[in-house]
Design a protein around this ligand. Structure first.
Ligand code: SAH
Ligand code: SF4
Length: 379
């Protein structure tokens, strides 16, 4: 319990909106953020509610309001008694992101911007397809990894998001997008999820808790620049969550240049980690490869990438034509060049897709998210 409280105190100071007061002080009270409970499972919320002297059954009602209806004000939870609402308002809180922007692309993609309690700004992107409605969420404000082709990387690192801030992007998006549907989730927005492991883990626990009704583990993809220890951990903690790895360069010399993280976890180590990643039937690791004209798009690069991908793990390869971002000294290759690169891989037996990013016109595509809000604001 002491350890638990320590963690809460640290979180409250560093990242979140909730406050902790010392229990021994008769004039003090403890305010617990319901979404940021240890893992915010139903059982844990029940425990919290019964410790507050209420019937644990109320936990389901409270969670319905928070997760299904996106209500963060206890006063509006009208099927709870007035006294319980008042008591909750006194002892608990719910993180509520402040939406400050909503930009719509010609292709239906919607970029949402949120301001956090300390004024940091993060973005999420909703990508509608015929059946699938995918939400791309952020795990950090900014990113430490410094990949040279990425706007998030170029704008630097501000801080990790708390678990509640990660979860709340899903809840808020459902309130804000047409039809209110989010069927799939990708952790591919701002930041490196495995560089914020503890909070990403907690957020995934909350999101995949069945009664929360958000998104199931099989419909979630986590994208990483290659944080090897995190890959091993996520494989154990969430074997059903899909993994995408941003390769982007098929040899260490080039990868060291484009992605500084490669100096710490070079390609051979990454390859070994991917070999141990569990791959239940039908589940492949996605290798993402941002195509940069004259930098990583040669015939030889395609052969190197094929050799990397042929090492004992089931993989599909997504080729992502570079999305221009201000100040990055790169271009996207011409379409025939990309197709030639793809054909080399296909002829060597790989599953390859060319992924045109959505929401390009509103800077909502891969690598274009940053702390500034651009585009047409319809909020
Ligand atoms: N940090 C994680 C997830 C966020 S980046 C990661 O790196 O995987 C999400 C994806 O956007 C990555 O595959 C990254 O390689 C890609 N990306 C970054 N900048 C890009 C750009 N300018 N054009 C196209 N894709 C980009
Ligand atoms: Fe960070 Fe991913 Fe961008 Fe690299 S590509 S800087 S890891 S967000």
């Amino acid at each position: 319990m002491v350890k638990y409280l320590n963690i809460k105190v640290k979180l409250s100071i560093d990242y979140s909106t909730f406050r902790i007061y010392c229990n021994n002080n008769p004039n003090s009270r403890k305010v617990v953020n319901i979404i940021d409970l240890k893992q915010s499972t139903l059982a844990e919320t029940e425990h919290f509610v019964s410790k507050a002297g209420e019937n644990p059954y109320r936990a389901r009602q409270i969670r319905q309001w928070i997760f299904h209806r996106g209500v963060c004000d206890f006063g509006s939870m009208t099927d709870l008694s007035k006294s319980l609402r008042d008591r909750l308002a006194h002892i608990a809180s719910v993180t509520c992101l402040k939406q400050i922007g909503k930009t719509e692309s010609a292709d239906g993609t919607i970029k949402l911007a949120f301001e956090l309690s300390d004024s940091a700004i993060i973005e999420s992107v909703w990508i509608p397809e015929e059946k699938r409605k995918t939400l791309c969420i952020s795990t950090q404000a900014g990113c430490k990894m410094g990949c040279r082709f990425c706007l998030t990387g170029k704008s630097g690192f501000i801080r990790n998001l708390s678990a509640a801030e990660i979860v709340d992007q899903v809840i808020c998006a459902r309130k804000s997008v047409p039809g209110g549907r989010v069927t799939n989730l990708v952790l591919m927005g701002m930041g490196e999820p495995l560089d914020n492991y503890e909070n990403t883990f907690k957020a995934l626990k909350v999101i995949t808790e069945p009664d929360a009704g958000l998104v199931g583990a099989r419909k979630i993809t986590l994208s990483t620049a290659g944080v090897v220890p995190g890959i091993m951990k996520i494989a154990d903690d969430f074997p059903r969550v899909k993994l995408a790895v941003s390769i982007n360069a098929p040899n260490d010399d080039l990868r060291n240049e484009l992605m500084p993280i490669n100096r710490k976890y070079p390609l051979a180590r990454l390859q070994n980690a991917l070999k141990t990643f569990p791959a239940p039937k039908g589940k492949r690791i996605t290798l993402e490869y941002v195509m940069l004209k004259g930098v990583n798009d040669s015939e030889n690069n395609a052969i190197e990438l094929s050799e990397f991908a042929a090492k004992d793990f089931p993989a599909k390869i997504n080729l992502i034509p570079f999305n221009p971002c201000p100040g990055a000294p790169f271009d996207r290759p011409d379409r025939p060049e990309i197709e030639k690169f793809r054909d080399i891989l296909v002829n060597r037996g790989h599953n390859v897709f060319i992924r045109e990013s959505r929401g390009n016109d509103i800077l909502a595509a891969c690598g274009q998210l940053s702390r500034s809000i651009g585009g047409r604001d319809t909020a």
